[in-house]
Design a protein around this ligand. Structure first.
Ligand code: 13P
Ligand code: SF4
Length: 300
């Protein structure tokens, strides 16, 4: 950790980390946040190097917003499997069937898919982003659960959903898990991520992005919370609220998020690689939908 501090200073580098990163990575980061917050932070930095501790689409977003900066992703194998569930050929086919539809790409998509989209969104602002669109037909990729959640608030648009899911939120967090935790801790409030299954969302007190949960836990008078998202968020929640209790679904781990380790961050800072690069055309085309999303701002 000391080495990382020295190297960061020597290279004028900043470390951005997602809320699901390993505790030691969160501890050495200059900034820890959710997808939307990290995208905003990436536009504000004056550092020459951005070391991005998160999955690939997050590092790509930082690069798209900072084409002149060096973005280093300590492990290029740290990819979001849900982002890889949508491919250009199939999306082109769907668009050809709905030529008047706007394409809304959750940020959990590759840069190539963002480049095809009209606007991006995150779990914080999907409802606000879709409501804001003029078009009556919307293709929403790739997360079906986030799309279904968004649909609950929008009745005047035909929202066409893609069959993508997050393996962590969809398969590892079940209604029974939440109900069992509630039986053990009846006083606890239930916070869940909108990537969860609809029946999990139905039993929640709060449905929100990871930063939305951080803010809610801070403001709430409640002292205990069941956390229906990737378990890594509980480290930040406990660190910021030592007097409160947080109960995760223990098996809800995103193994891709955990691929970034201290060793890999040291290597990145010493060698200033692996650098993330994208074709110029993709960088330019993907920027507009991300900027539109940022203009809409947070919805939680
Ligand atoms: P947040 O933007 O809410 O942090 O979500 C990102 C993510 O990958 C959830 O699985
Ligand atoms: Fe992707 Fe799910 Fe991991 Fe988030 S938790 S990065 S959506 S696989």
């Amino acid at each position: 950790m000391e080495r990382i501090e020295r190297l960061k200073e020597r290279n004028n580098a900043i470390i951005l980390a997602h809320n699901y990163q390993l505790p030691e990575i969160q501890d050495i980061a200059d900034f820890v946040g959710d997808s939307l917050d990290l995208a905003r932070k990436a536009t504000e930095t004056t550092a020459d190097y951005i070391i991005f501790c998160g999955v690939n689409f997050m590092a790509e977003t930082a690069k798209i917003l900072n084409p002149d900066k060096v973005v280093i992703h300590p492990d290029p194998e740290s990819r979001c499997p849900m982002a890889d569930m949508v491919d250009i050929k199939s999306l082109r086919w769907l668009r050809s069937r709905h030529p008047h539809a706007s394409i809304v790409a959750y940020v959990n998509t590759t840069a190539e898919i963002k480049a095809m989209a009209d606007v991006c969104c995150t779990s914080s602002n999907s409802v606000k982003v879709v409501k804001n669109l003029d078009s009556e037909e919307v293709i929403f990729v790739p997360d079906r659960n986030l799309g279904l959640y968004t649909k609950r608030f929008i009745t005047d648009k035909n929202i066409i959903l893609w069959p993508g899911i997050c393996p962590t939120h969809h398969s590892l967090i079940r209604k029974e898990d939440i109900e069992n935790l509630k039986r053990e801790h009846p006083e606890a409030e239930i916070m869940v991520h909108p990537e969860c299954r609809p029946e999990v969302i139905d039993v929640a007190d709060l449905v929100s992005s990871t930063n939305g949960m951080v803010g809610y836990a801070r403001r709430s008078k409640g002292k205990a919370f069941i956390v229906g998202t990737e378990e890594g968020l509980c480290y930040r929640l406990k660190k910021e609220n030592p007097d409160k209790e947080f109960y995760p679904v223990e098996r809800a781990i995103c193994s891709n998020m955990k691929k970034i380790t201290l060793d890999k961050v040291v290597y990145s800072l010493e060698n200033l690689k692996p650098e993330l690069n994208l074709p110029k055309e993709i960088l330019e085309k993907a920027r507009e939908p991300i900027l539109r999303m940022m203009e809409v701002g947070r919805g939680d």
